[in-house]
Design a protein around this ligand. Structure first.
Ligand code: FAD
Length: 457
């Protein structure tokens, strides 16, 4: 045998598998292994090993040779405990970049670990643009689609709805290239997989020609905005609300395609600091006395506009860490559900200043998408800053979502188990059966997913 270089030795998947096999004993001897945390910091776990494959072959070899539980992780931006494991964490941060594109079809294939933030500029250089984006773009393509991450717009599906092909590396190391043509059912499942069918290594996404957007922001009474919501939604490409708690007002965002020159000034740090100070001040006032103060502040906020490349307008940077619960309800029930939540926050004097978020998502053909099936959905989010216990607030509000037939966002906090989920998602049982067939031993499950699929922990 020729000499083995240090690089080969340290990068070897066999070594990783060997480490994986021996590390439980090491963990026990040395106490807990290095911790993993999600973006909000609320979810912590101690994986026995981390494996970051440099290519699909290494990933396949690891899948085939390792034993015990494993969970793939993207950028760890899910609030729900989808990722935590005390087994192997498969980190896809080396599987990144554009792999190929089809100019005529406006589609492109990316390695699964590519961050949404990197896709915008790469696609722009090809003359392409994503149809829509979520509120932030730090997620990986595989992670975002595994939970049906979405933006807003009645004609826009979640990101998963634009996937036209993907490669799934199975537990035995084999690779399946899936599309709506090749294996339609498995493809519909794998587009929103919760990371429990295998590990996705590449995805092809349908785009359109590159475009520019103009976003207009203003503050108006929530009741008026909700009354006119469908008109706004049909007259703008995107429309959404950030309803303020303990207030009669919401921030409205309307976004449209434009040819206007780019004009996207950076947010003024002084203005942001002043707003932050005002919000902190409100926290010192008892919730029952806040309404006139927040209304007075809201009335002072003037409209604003910005124009830029689509991907720079659709996503934002969120510096303040928080936890989030989001459910989607049929569009017809959206306004009533939102108003009931806002009223309960006032009624129970819930000590929260974080705005809600109200968006529309178009139906799609995936098995577990929040808007899968034949109805468009209104998505409603509630938030709590990461330093505070989110449970009392989320526990109070969650039954309102249930009352309206709400489906939880897979990447956000919810308390539902298989029985309720199978009533909410028409193809849930089909997904669960496929999952069992592909992973009969439950290697790709953790405690949270065992509850979701009604499997023993
Ligand atoms: C500040 C903030 C804003 C957000 N805004 C929105 C929003 O506007 N709209 C929205 O819908 N959601 C939003 N989310 C939720 C977020 O988009 C989802 O939770 C998303 O899944 C996170 O992507 P990630 O890359 O961090 O994946 P992770 O959280 O790391 O993982 C998510 C799931 O993907 C699986 N996974 C990861 N990689 C693979 C792979 N290669 N193969 C198979 N499965 C894999 C994991 O196992 C897990 O089940 C937001 C989250 C944050 C923190």
């Amino acid at each position: 045998m020729s000499k083995i270089s240090r690089r080969t030795f340290l990068g070897s998947t066999a070594l990783a598998a060997l480490y994986a096999a021996t590390s439980p004993a090491m963990s026990l001897a040395q106490g807990k292994s290095l911790s993993w945390r999600n973006w909000s910091g609320a979810e912590v776990s101690y994986p026995q090993s981390r494996f970051s494959p440099a290519n699909e072959n290494q990933l396949a070899q690891f899948m085939a040779t390792s034993s015990g539980p494993l969970r793939p992780v993207g950028s760890g931006h899910s609030f729900s405990p989808l990722v935590p494991t005390d087994g192997h964490l498969i980190v896809i941060d080396q599987l990144t970049g554009l792999l190929s594109d089809d100019e005529a079809a406006h589609s492109a294939t990316f390695a699964a670990g590519t961050r949404l933030a990197d896709m915008g500029p790469l696609l722009e250089s090809l003359g392409q643009g994503l149809f829509n984006l979520p509120d932030i773009d730090r997620q990986t393509l595989a992670g975002a689609t595994a939970t049906a991450t979405h933006g807003t717009g009645i004609q826009f599906k979640s990101l998963s709805g634009y996937i036209t092909g993907l490669r799934l590396i199975m537990l035995d190391g084999s690779a399946l290239d899936l599309s709506a043509v090749s294996q339609p059912d498995l493809f519909a499942a794998a587009c929103v997989s919760l990371g429990c069918l295998g590990v996705v290594s590449r995805m092809t996404i349908q785009n359109r020609e590159a475009y520019r957007l103009k976003q207009t922001t203003w503050v108006e009474k929530t009741a008026t905005l909700l009354e006119n919501f469908d008109t706004h939604m049909s007259s703008h490409r995107h429309f959404e609300l950030f309803p303020l708690t303990h207030s009669d007002y919401s921030m409205a965002l309307a976004t449209d395609e434009t040819d206007e020159a780019i004009n996207n000034p950076e947010a003024s740090p002084e203005e942001a600091a002043a707003f932050d100070t005002a919000m902190r001040g409100f926290m010192l006032v008892p919730p029952s006395l806040r309404r006139p103060l927040i209304n007075a502040l809201a009335e002072q906020i003037g409209p604003s506009e910005r124009v830029d490349a689509s991907y720079k307008i659709l996503s934002n940077i969120r510096n303040n860490r928080f936890n989030e619960m989001e459910y989607s309800v049929p569009v017809a029930a959206g306004a009533e559900c939102l108003q009931e939540i806002l009223a309960l926050i006032i009624d129970k004097a819930v000590d929260v200043v974080f705005p809600l978020e109200y968006r529309y998502v178009c139906r799609d053909d995936t098995m577990l998408g929040m808007s899968s099936g034949d109805e468009d959905h209104a998505a409603i989010s509630i938030h709590r800053v990461a330093s505070e216990d989110y449970r009392p607030y989320f526990d109070l509000i969650e039954p309102i979502f249930w009352k309206y037939g709400g489906r939880p966002h897979w990447g956000k906090i919810h308390s539902l188990g298989s029985e309720q989920l199978s009533r909410l998602y028409p193809r849930f049982d089909e997904f669960a059966a496929l999952r069992r067939e592909l992973d009969p031993q439950g290697r790709l499950l953790n405690a949270h997913l065992s509850k979701v699929f009604g499997e023993p922990v």
